[in-house]
Design a protein around this ligand. Structure first.
Ligand code: NAD
Ligand code: DAU
Length: 354
């Protein structure tokens, strides 16, 4: 193996956020070896990484984080210095349909990875790092006022957020009990290219394009705090290099939107880009049965990350949404590939009875 200054395993690198993190690290740090470990579930797609796959500091390894023998084999083969852990089941609606899949990957998978990392690094922990990527959903649901800070008590309310909260606790347990050097970040909702069209923004873009109903849960009054995915990847880079071991950093852009306002914004952008009369796409909006246990509002206070490590988001939401819509319009082959087969089955199960 060539003389790399760091060898990093990035888990879930074929997914939405993971592919942006892999791309950033591979291009920005040619002296680092980046090994993308991914099970290639429905959400993992190697086409997300076509622009870096032939670079000499990138390697892909297929594997499941719950598979102890496979993880040990990879740690032996590459002698990793660090792990950036993104692999997860990530969609709240799927966690309601199949909660145990989330316990398996997010809880057992993370505990397995921590155990293997500690076993392989024991005796030489000082220059190692286990970076766990988590979500603001672990803090539960806000009322109309207030923000999530790093001190907000955990109060997860969906099988997805409970599984992520559990994984966060295991990460801190390995730190306090075994001295494993860890860092953790909790980010708000991401949007941008390569986002799987089961999530609000890409699903709405795809449905508007195909003149299909736009399923808004409940009254569309729930609020999310949106961050451009490349800004999340930059924050992970900053925290990976400068974050204090054992600490948590909240990541967000102080950018709150009601779901219904986002859907209207997307309809307006798409009407313009598709040369439809103004107001045409908004006629597709359909209010459907609410998500069970639907969290009302998320809002991240990212002051610590800004003050201590100097990170700020780079893009305004409207500009980021325009770029995102353009990417989907220009990459219809990608969309068609990921929405064929199993996606239709999921879509029917999720939406047909609402
Ligand atoms: P994603 O669903 O797009 O990608 C997940 C990736 O993990 C896929 O490539 C999948 O193949 C892989 N994977 C799933 N199970 C695996 C397993 N058992 N072993 C190995 N690989 C496996 O998810 P995402 O939206 O990119 O989220 C990435 C991480 O960031 C997750 O941990 C998620 O909780 C967290 N997060 C997401 C958001 C968001 O808005 N999407 C916000 C904050 C935090
Ligand atoms: O906050 C971070 C989290 O954001 C991440 O940890 C998750 O991995 C990610 O999926 C996301 O969770 P949300 O549940 O907030 O995202 P989603 O895109 O599924 O939904 C956003 C909002 O839009 C939510 O209030 C539900 C609503 N919604 C969603 C879909 C898919 C609809 O109204 N209609 C829909 O069809």
């Amino acid at each position: 193996m060539a003389n790399f200054t760091k060898k990093i395993m990035i888990t879930g690198g074929a997914g939405f956020i993971g592919s942006h993190v892999v791309r950033l690290f591979v291009k920005k740090y040619p002296g680092y070896l980046i090994v993308n470990l991914d099970a290639l579930t429905y959400a993992g797609n190697l086409a997300n990484l076509q622009d870096v796959e032939s670079l000499p500091n990138y390697k892909f390894e297929k594997g499941d984080i719950t598979d102890e023998a496979r993880m040990k084999e990879l740690f032996d083969a590459y002698t990793f210095d660090a792990v950036i852990h993104l692999a997860a089941e990530s969609h709240v609606d799927r966690s309601i349909l199949d909660p145990l899949a989330f316990v398996k990957t997010n809880v057992l998978g993370t505990a397995n990875l921590l155990n293997v990392a500690y076993t392989k690094w024991k005796g030489a922990l000082d220059d190692k790092l286990f970076y766990h990527v988590s979500t603001d959903e672990v803090y539960g649901s806000l009322g109309k006022e207030g923000f999530f800070t790093e001190e907000t008590p955990y109060d997860p309310r969906s099988p997805y957020s409970a599984s992520k909260a559990s994984s966060d606790h295991f990460v801190m347990a390995w730190h306090h009990t075994y001295g494993l050097p860890v860092v953790l970040s909790n980010c708000s909702n991401n949007y941008g290219s390569h986002h799987f069209p089961e999530k609000l923004i890409p699903l709405m873009i795809n449905n508007i394009l195909n003149s299909r109903p736009l399923p808004v849960y409940g009254k569309g009054e729930n609020v999310r705090d949106w961050l451009y995915v490349e800004d999340h990847a930059r924050a992970i880079d900053t925290i990976f290099h400068q974050g204090k071991k054992g600490e948590t950093y909240n990541i967000g852009g102080f950018n709150e939107w009601k779901n219904i306002d986002i859907v209207h914004l997307l309809c307006g952008i798409m009407d313009r880009k598709l040369n439809r009369p103004a107001g045409e796409s908004a006629k597709l909006i359909t209010y459907v049965k609410d998500r069970p246990g639907h969290d009302l509002r998320y809002a991240i206070d990212a002051t610590k990350l800004n003050k201590e490590l100097g990170w700020t988001p780079s893009l305004q939401f409207e500009e980021g949404l325009e770029k995102t819509v353009d990417w989907y319009l220009q990459n219809q082959d990608w969309v068609k590939a990921v929405t064929s087969g199993d996606y239709q089955k999921y879509y029917n199960e999720q939406y047909n009875k609402r």
